[in-house]
Design a binder for this molecule. Structure first.
Ligand SMILES: [Zn+2]
Length: 293
């Protein structure tokens, strides 16, 4: 049994129970997924660290939220990926021969030599349309945005309640632009609640109505779902399957194997090198220079 552990921000990191929490260097398979080994960085900044592991099997999905410069006083800095870094990540994937696929391909069998990855964006931020479509087009990649239909054209209210900076969400017309550019959309509930903290009937309605609303608005089948905050449990997972979705993404790091649960897909958090590492680097440089002085 798993539980979602709260972390400050849009997503929570799901932790397995203590009996199976070891992530070893050999990247064990669990529930048909390949956990990211401890030797890898916590977050995906560049392909170079991950390429050897990805070559061993499984299909990865990258998880993004917002693109562009961070406004002042942002709490969750890691949810912003600079346009320059985004371009570099796409360029690396393109050079390495990766093809960007929709989440439906994440659990499917991978042909020999075929390199596939899914590019996923949570929440439907307007800055992804503004800054992401160009680089995606230039590299011939398609991506999916998981939308919150109850807040289209509005702002990230669920984050502002935690003191986060205001960011605009795409409106109906902008979502049409995103689709017209060849990209996909999926559902992320109607209002972005913690699904395990509300009554099951309410969770069911959040899940079902998000699918229905997006299909009515945009006239495309909504096949893919993403748990807000990565928050799920077994009843919630089953509700997503019963609602007619084909896949659901979590925030648990790892790659997806054909035997894996398609409603518990793993993703790698794409972001810049964390401040913690930069701070450590600075500290080491200062320590080194002071020893020489
Ligand atoms: Zn979200």
């Amino acid at each position: 049994m798993r539980g979602a552990v709260r972390s400050p921000g849009c997503f929570a990191v799901e932790h397995p129970s203590s009996s199976s929490s070891t992530i070893s260097e050999s990247a064990p398979e669990r529930d048909g997924h390949a956990d990211a080994p401890r030797s890898l960085p916590d977050c995906y900044a560049s392909l170079v660290s991950f390429a050897p592991w990805l070559e061993r099997g499984g299909t990865a999905a990258l998880m993004y939220h917002k693109l562009g410069p961070r406004p002042p006083r942002v709490r969750l800095k890691g949810l912003y990926v600079a346009e320059r870094l985004f371009r570099r990540q796409l360029s690396e994937l393109k050079s390495a021969g990766y093809d960007a696929v929709d989440p439906g391909a994440l659990g499917s069998q991978r042909g020999a030599g075929l390199r596939r990855i899914a590019l996923t964006f949570d929440d439907g931020f307007e800055n992804v349309l503004r800054l992401g479509v160009g680089p995606l087009r230039e590299h011939g990649f398609r991506a999916i945005q998981y939308l919150v239909p109850g807040l289209l054209g509005g702002t990230n209210e669920w984050e502002q309640r935690q003191g986060e900076a205001v960011e605009r969400l795409m409106d109906v017309s902008q979502v049409r632009d995103w689709l017209a550019a060849g990209h996909w959309i999926g559902a992320h509930t109607r209002t972005h609640p913690w699904l395990t903290r509300i009554p099951l009937e309410e969770a069911k309605e959040e899940i079902r109505s998000s699918k229905r609303a997006l299909e009515d608005l945009f006239g495309v089948p909504i096949r893919h779902f993403c748990y807000p905050y990565g928050d799920w449990n077994r009843p919630v997972r089953d509700l997503v399957e019963e609602a007619g979705f084909e896949t659901a993404c979590t925030t648990h790091p790892g790659a997806n194997l054909p035997a894996g649960d398609r409603f518990l897909l793993r993703r790698l958090t794409a972001r810049h090198v964390s401040l913690k590492w930069r701070t450590l680097g600075t500290w080491l440089r200062v320590a080194f220079l002071s020893r020489r002085a």
